[in-house]
Design a protein around this ligand. Structure first.
Ligand code: CP3
Length: 344
């Protein structure tokens, strides 16, 4: 009997895994014909997230096809604003649209109601039942800064100009929104763990918009607060943080100061710096360029070998951002095969 056969969890505990773990951000999504088939039938993307039958099936699709080492719950980071009572819609070809948060009174009206997202936890329970023993079930949420950015701007069309103006002109109001999101995210993640999630990832997709003191105040501090709360209740559940497109100084501070167990890195980072300055502190995940997964073949294999050589076996293979819709599924199969066959 193996003590722990889950390669993702082994790496996050600093152990050499039985095999190099791999999973992909957005591994369930439009590049898969079986996902598109459900998408065509379903009423909306939100409905898919909130219907356990559909969300369970979609979460399992890439596991069946590719033998990934982790399944990530099919849901969205914007379900937390929805649970807080903010209007949310995903428009065809347009992405998410939220009612804008503007005033202090708007903040007062944000009250987390777990009932609004209860189907998500049912999905976690069902996926957990269905997963093979060695597959880790990852739950997730957006980081307070990234989620706040969508809540303030309502969409991502203006590069979060309004959110950035709060940083500049209303930082105390933003602190309050961060505190609301830390608390709501704690409840949301706790319910995912109670339902069976074995690992968590915090997506800070827009961390790269901030630097210096602002990065510290709105990326590091709220993440540290959330991680501290989760660790107090669930010390054994590892947390991966992803401060996408942070500066080198930003990643360096993030890996040391937030309390996360592993850090996901984007594809613009200097891998030698990542190895020396960040992997020496915590295990890393990533950082294949999603465009190389679209391209496939020798360029993809070359990049994979370079990543595996640089980081060694205590590393979780993943992309530097999500799988894009034009990715051929065969390239994902080729990627997994190459990793499985790679000799040390
Ligand atoms: O497979 C998985 O990764 C799990 C499910 C998942 C989704 N979104 C499903 C989804 C996860 C972990 C997310 C996270 C998420 N959602 C992030 C952080 C990661 C990142 O991509 O930076 C963000 C910023 C969001 C918000 C969001 N959701 C946007 C901006 C969009 C529109 C862009 C797009 O790709 O269409 C979504 C929609 C969304 N979330 C889709 C999926 C599969 C596409 C929906 C569809 O049209 O079918």
């Amino acid at each position: 009997m193996h003590e722990n056969r889950k390669a993702v969890l082994d790496v996050l505990q600093g152990k050499v895994p039985e095999r190099r773990p791999v999973w992909l951000m957005r591994q369930a999504g439009r590049y898969l014909p079986e996902y598109r088939a459900i998408r065509t039938e379903a009423e909306s993307f939100l409905k898919m997230c909130l219907t356990p039958d559909l969300a369970t099936e979609i979460t399992l699709q890439p596991i069946r096809r590719f033998d990934m080492d982790a399944a990530i719950l099919f849901a969205d980071i914007l379900l937390v604003p929805m649970a807080l009572g903010q209007g949310l819609e995903f428009r065809e070809g347009e992405g998410p649209v939220l009612d804008k948060i503007e005033t202090a009174q708007d903040l007062d009206q944000l009250i987390y109601d777990a009932e609004r997202v209860a189907p998500v936890f049912e999905t976690v329970r069902r996926v957990k039942q269905a997963l093979p023993d060695r597959t880790t079930l990852i739950g997730f949420c957006g980081a307070p800064w990234t989620v706040a950015s969508y809540m303030i701007d309502g969409n991502s069309k203006q590069d979060f100009a309004l959110a950035r103006s709060w940083v500049e002109h209303a930082p105390e109001k933003l602190d309050r929104l961060m505190a609301i999101l830390v608390e709501a995210s704690e409840s949301y993640l706790s319910a995912q763990i109670d339902a069976g999630a074995e690992c968590l990832q915090i997506f800070d997709s827009w961390a790269g918009l901030l630097t210096g003191g602002d990065f510290n105040r709105f990326v590091i501090e709220p993440t540290r607060a959330l991680v501290t709360r989760m660790k107090a209740k669930y010390p054994q559940v590892p947390i991966i943080g992803f401060p996408r497109e942070a500066s080198s100084a930003g990643y360096s501070a993030y890996v040391r100061q937030t309390g996360i167990d592993g850090m996901s890195i984007d594809f613009n980072v200097d891998v030698n710096l990542a190895k020396q300055d960040w992997q020496s502190v915590k295990p890393l995940q990533g950082n294949l360029d999603p465009a190389l997964l679209v391209e496939g073949g020798a360029p993809m294999r070359h990049a994979l070998a370079h990543i595996m050589q640089t980081f060694g076996p205590k590393h979780i293979m993943n992309l530097g951002h999500g799988v894009v819709p034009q990715t051929p599924p065969e390239h994902v199969a080729e990627m997994v095969k190459f990793i499985r066959e790679y000799a040390s």
